[in-house]
Design a protein around this ligand. Structure first.
Ligand SMILES: *Cc1c(COP(=O)(O)O)cnc(C)c1O
Length: 380
């Protein structure tokens, strides 16, 4: 599999671009916009006789129509029922706190998103949840007695992947639930619920919305008994996104297919360039045929991410590279329109000092390849 996604020869529609453009939109009404504008409300007018029973909108924390349209859109793309949160971290911590109780055991990726690991060791362990870690690429421990397995694939920032259907089989046989962090892949890159996962959780801050202008998270599932405690947790803690962010996110979803297509093409070109240079080590991108993640990623992913990683040896060389590049900005996060490089160790992550996560934007591929080549030459 290369950068082009798998559906291209598939005649059963609708395809990704079509699904993104139409996701969550209401039926057309003459005189109304395609995507209704954000509804800003804390309380709504109530029916004086019937009260909140007469309307889906009573108070802004549980109820907002702009948020519900976004949830319908993401739910369509993931193939489940969705609840959005104020950030990815709010969604993940909400999922963990809604489903785990003292005495339970949770298995987390040892190479996954760093704040999730910090939350587990600082907060979950403190309330009596037993926390186990396993590397995304394995080996995984015996899952007997585990209540929830959270997988992150491809893992951020190392880009290892795990065989989701195989892990789901093992977890379900042991009576454990499986949640997959789908941030790096997005629902166009893989559909964890189709792969057998019980829940999908993600940050919508990254490629899903892709304009580097908002924070968002979500949980999706096909199991009402799992959605209910997550929804209740969100209402009780108030970890909801505002109406304007929800509207911006929905507006951005329409171009997800287009953005990912260019980002993946750019990642493929840069991965080939970087892997061919003797002065760059540790290049990781699951689309490279000799990448350790290639076989499983090809089997379970519908398209590959626009993120890759590599090592330039030391922090000074990373800084020289970013200064010399005109099209690569120093910034964290990933999945945005602009190409960015992040030296993860500066955030206290446990990566090597010269390790760089590069997020490919939607610039033209020839320009990006020329710029990165020149910047690497200048930074040598
Ligand atoms: C960024 C990220 C998160 C957290 O999302 P925020 O929106 O920043 O709170 C969780 N998981 C992964 C894999 C991420 O990359």
């Amino acid at each position: 599999m290369t950068g082009s996604h798998r559906e291209s020869g598939d005649t059963s529609g609708p395809h990704d671009g079509t699904r993104c453009v139409h996701a969550g939109l209401p039926e057309p009404v003459p005189g109304q916009p395609f995507l209704p504008g954000p509804v800003f409300a804390a309380p709504y007018h109530l029916d004086p006789w019937a009260g909140p029973a007469a309307t889906p909108n009573g108070y802004g924390r549980p109820d907002n129509p702009t948020r519900r349209l976004l949830e319908a859109a993401i739910g369509e793309l993931e193939g489940g029922d969705c609840r959005v949160f104020a950030s990815g971290q709010a969604a993940i911590t909400g999922l963990l706190l809604a489903l785990l109780k003292p005495g339970d055991t949770v298995l987390l990726p040892s190479d996954g998103y760093f704040p999730v690991r910090a939350f587990a060791t600082e907060t979950l362990a403190g309330i009596g949840v037993r926390v186990l870690f396993a590397p995304t690429a394995g080996p995984y421990p015996d899952l007997a007695g585990v209540r929830l397995v959270l997988l992150e694939t491809p893992a951020n920032p190392g880009l290892d992947v795990v065989d989701v259907p195989a892990l789901v089989d093992r977890a379900h046989a042991a009576g454990a639930l499986v949640a997959v962090d789908n941030t790096t892949a997005t629902p166009l890159g893989q559909r964890p619920l189709d792969l057998g996962a019980d829940l999908v959780v993600a940050s919508g801050t990254k490629a899903l919305t892709g304009h580097s202008d908002l924070l968002l998270g979500y949980v999706a599932t096909r199991t009402p008994a799992l959605l209910e405690p997550v929804t209740s947790w969100r209402t009780l803690t108030g970890a909801v996104p505002g109406a304007f962010d929800a509207w911006l996110a929905h507006r951005s979803l329409a171009t997800l297919d287009l953005r990912l297509a260019r980002q993946t093409a750019n990642a493929e070109a840069l991965a080939v360039l970087l892997a061919g240079r003797p002065d760059v080590t540790g290049v990781r991108w699951p689309g490279l045929p000799d990448d350790p993640a290639h076989r499983i990623a090809s089997a379970q992913m519908r398209r590959l991410p626009g993120v890759l990683s590599f090592d330039l040896g030391d922090p000074e060389r990373v800084a020289r590279f970013v200064v010399a590049a005109r099209l690569v900005s120093a910034a964290t996060s990933f999945g945005g329109l602009h190409t960015t490089a992040d030296r993860r160790a500066q955030w206290g992550d446990d990566t090597a000092p010269g390790f760089v996560r590069l997020s490919c934007g939607v610039e033209d591929t020839v320009d990006l390849v020329a710029d990165v080549t020149a910047a690497l030459d200048a930074a040598r």
